[in-house]
Design a protein around this ligand. Structure first.
Ligand code: ZN
Length: 331
């Protein structure tokens, strides 16, 4: 069987999940050289949705195929399955599992270490036959994690960051496997206060250079007292790295069906601080705020020619609602 061909498909699915803002994992079920089913990761920790790709695949297959098909099928997965998924695969009756990235390699991206358990032997003791084969195209599979959470970051940087976390937290490892984020921004976005108005104005002038710092400071001071708006600031050790502002919109917002909706009015991260997950953290803070105001939809817009911003919107889970050209004249 052409393991590499099916593994490449798993990697495509994993990257697709990552670009939607999910964890980067994908799996396919192959029978007689044909892909029967495919699944991506849909984990949502804020809602407690497990959503691992293998688990989603198992559920997709469970009501469709008889045992005889399952027994002769091979499950391919982009990364060696966690214990919960192994149990799910075993319950389906699939006896052959091929993984891309090994437990050992994946553990370089998680706070915990790979468990040295002989899983096949353990399952055999329970009377379950399962053959775990891999790694397959492991280097390519590790690159897939560069898309974790939608914002592309080099693998080397992710590994270095996790090594640092591990060194700093010796003996306190989180061993939650796939559930652990391989990267977390060092700090979180925080709601800005009146005293931050000038700091935000400085950043805002980099984003909107047509305005003066004084104008901006005054505007942000006013915004701080507006109950229908919120500004978030992301601070590093010694400087402010970025900000985002959002507000409630009661008028019609393109593509939405509820009112009011949360609206992203602006988001900016300084060039030197990009690629660290800061924009994502700022956006999450805005969405959380809008959710707390009772909104179930969150919208945004950008210029037609701003493809960088469009890429960001897609990467963080926005779907394009419409493209419009606006006109105005003095009357
Ligand atoms: Zn799993």
């Amino acid at each position: 069987m052409d393991h590499e061909k099916y593994m490449k498909r798993c990697y495509e699915l994993a990257i697709r999940a990552g670009k939607k803002g999910f964890d980067t994992f994908g799996a396919v079920l192959v029978h007689d050289g044909k892909i029967l089913e495919e699944a991506e990761n849909t984990s949502d920790r804020s809602k407690g949705i497990f959503g691992h790709a293998e688990y989603n695949l198992v559920h997709r297959c469970a009501e469709r195929y008889p045992d005889a098909v399952m027994k002769g099928s091979t499950l391919f997965t982009s990364c060696a399955p966690c214990e919960r998924c192994l149990c799910a695969i075993a319950s389906l009756g699939v006896e052959t599992v091929v993984f891309g990235v090994s437990y050992e390699a994946f553990s370089r991206l998680t706070p915990g270490e790979a468990s040295p358990v002989d899983r096949e032997a353990l399952l055999r003791k329970l009377g379950i036959r399962m053959e775990l084969t891999g790694p397959v195209l492991e280097d390519e599979g590790m690159r897939v994690f560069e898309w974790w959470g939608g914002e592309h970051r080099p693998l080397e940087e992710l590994i270095a960051e996790m090594a640092e976390i591990k060194a700093g937290r010796e003996g306190m490892g989180d061993t939650s496997g796939h559930g652990a984020k391989p990267r977390e921004a060092a700090r979180k976005a925080e709601r800005a206060a009146m005293s931050d108005a000038d700091t935000i104005a400085e950043l805002a002038c980099e984003l909107w250079p047509d305005h003066t710092r004084e104008e901006m400071t005054a505007e942000y001071r006013a915004l701080m007292t507006d109950k229908e708006a919120a500004v978030f600031l992301f601070r590093m050790e010694d400087h402010a790295a970025g900000f985002a502002q959002c507000q409630l919109r009661h008028d019609y917002v393109e593509g939405t069906s509820t009112s009011p909706v949360g609206y992203l009015e602006g988001i900016y991260v300084r060039e030197a601080d990009r690629g660290k997950g800061i924009a994502r953290s700022l956006l999450q803070a805005c969405e959380d705020w809008a959710g707390a105001q009772g909104c179930t939809e969150f919208a945004s817009d950008c210029e037609l020619e701003n493809t960088e911003s469009q890429g960001f919107h897609r990467a963080v889970g926005f779907e394009e609602a419409n493209r419009i050209v606006a006109y105005v004249k003095k009357i």
